[in-house]
Design a protein around this ligand. Structure first.
Ligand code: SAM
Ligand code: SF4
Length: 433
């Protein structure tokens, strides 16, 4: 079919949200989304440039799509790699369409040109786009994501995001509230506010703390989360606000990156390990059930064995529930690319393996400690005869029974299978009577 499209998103939550934006724009223009790449006239790869590995995967995919001699199929590269590689994607890799993170509103026009046999199309201007008025459909039955801000001004020395997604800007709060109200009418009860640093939200004198209180007032929204929070902006006011917000779910993703003050400084993270620890302690005091998850990077230039030991020490002290762990990947345009000495990739890889093993053990122990605990869960989906539920702290619990989607109930954890807690609904007999 001439106007069918398939889209594959790589990378972070922001990209998954953007895939929804693209779908909405194209469907409003009469395009039809298909599940199978080979049924689509237009194949779009929504790419990530944060690490070299993500870029290589997308380039490999592009090459294989082009190799198939694709019978007039249009292959487009969208997102951060479009912004990073620009026309090289056309000249060296044969892409038919290249559109950066701020150009999706132009997709109907650019695709129309492609379909009318014009030369490859490109749009890589950064223009402070927030996609206000575009309302991506939710990807779950009861969970939804809403982008509240885009871009970043932090310039962590390893990170390409400010260069490919542009400067920080916030969406109007009335647009955000409207988007959440529409989602809630569609049955969404659990909402995640998304942005590179949601704590930097600032629009017409309203900041993140005020925004999240407005979200709490939307009646059918039962649970509120956010991702990601920069530790330097995670302050007493934010912690106090969250502690007093009934619908806030007590899972906080607070990327640590490194436990060494020297490395944190070289990374331009603008907090010390001591400040990070104090914030964790204060939060645990004010929000007793809170759990922390994080991002950690190893092998940043100059990182010594002592620096790495300081990272392990922080992991041991904080006992994160979960961590995304990465080996440093040099990125074009960033300051870190000139920081010397670099860490031998083999040593960095060993550190990564060590860290993963260390953190995984903690994650396992934290999960084991849930046995016999009674947790509030929301049923999100069914898998055969089981219900898949989520705790307030963002853990998936499997319940060996079909319960209605959207129901919030108390589950007692009776076992851990692999990594996953198995729950039993409390007071089931009473409920059935
Ligand atoms: N804005 C978020 C923040 O500051 O926490 C993170 C955005 S970034 C897309 C997600 C994670 O990728 C970062 O927290 C970092 O751990 C990792 N990352 C970013 N640049 C990297 C690089 N050059 N090499 C390896 N990992 C990187
Ligand atoms: Fe990248 Fe730092 Fe901005 Fe996060 S805060 S997107 S790591 S520059």
């Amino acid at each position: 079919m001439r106007r069918s499209f398939y889209i594959k998103a790589y990378g972070c939550q922001m990209n998954l949200y953007d895939a929804g934006v693209v779908k909405e724009i194209l469907e409003n223009d009469g395009y039809v989304l298909v599940d199978q790449e080979n049924e689509a006239k237009v194949v779009l790869l929504l790419t990530c440039s944060v690490r070299n590995h993500a870029e290589s995967r997308a380039l490999g995919r592009l090459a294989s799509l082009k190799r198939k001699g694709n019978g007039g199929r249009i292959v487009g590269i969208l997102g951060c790699m479009a912004q990073n590689f620009k026309e090289t994607l056309i000249n060296q890799y044969g892409a038919d369409l290249v559109v950066g993170p701020d150009g999706y509103r132009r997709l109907p026009e650019l695709l129309n040109n492609c379909l009318n046999n014009q030369p490859p199309q490109i749009c890589v201007q950064l223009n402070e786009e927030c996609y206000e008025g575009i309302r991506p459909k939710p990807n779950g039955k009861v969970t939804g994501f809403v982008s509240i801000m885009r871009g970043c001004n932090n310039f962590c020395s390893y990170c390409i995001v400010p260069y490919v997604r542009g400067g920080e800007r916030s969406k109007n709060f009335d647009d955000i509230i409207k988007e959440i109200e529409i989602l809630s009418r569609d049955g969404i009860k659990d909402i995640t506010l998304v942005g590179q640093n949601v704590l930097a939200y600032q629009k017409n004198g309203l900041d993140f703390c005020e925004l999240i209180k407005l979200v709490q007032r939307i009646p059918d929204i039962e649970r509120i989360r956010f991702i990601t929070a920069h530790p330097k902006d995670f302050n007493q006011r934010v912690i106090d606000t969250l502690a007093n917000l009934k619908k806030f779910c007590q899972g906080i993703h607070l990327p640590l990156q490194s436990g060494s003050n020297q490395v944190l400084e070289m990374m331009n993270r603008r907090y010390s390990r001591e400040e990070y620890l104090q914030k964790i302690e204060l939060t645990r005091k004010l929000i007793p059930d809170v759990v922390f998850t994080t991002d950690i990077m190893v092998g940043f230039p100059t990182e010594t064995e002592e620096d790495f030991a300081a990272t392990l020490d922080m992991v041991q002290r904080i006992r994160f529930d979960f961590a995304y762990m990465f080996q440093y990947s040099p990125r074009p345009q960033t300051k870190a690319i000139n920081i010397k000495p670099v860490v031998d990739p083999k040593i960095a890889h060993k550190r990564l393996e060590h860290l993963i093993e260390f953190q995984n053990q903690i994650t396992k122990e934290n999960n084991q400690a849930l046995i016999n605990k009674e947790l509030e869960v929301m049923i999100e989906a069914h898998n055969g005869k089981q219900s898949i539920a989520r705790t307030r702290t963002n853990k998936i619990v499997i319940i060996d029974k079909i319960k209605p989607i959207g129901e919030i109930t108390i589950a007692k954890v009776i076992d851990i299978r692999g990594w996953t807690p198995i729950g039993e609904i409390k007071n089931e007999e009473q409920e059935i009577k």
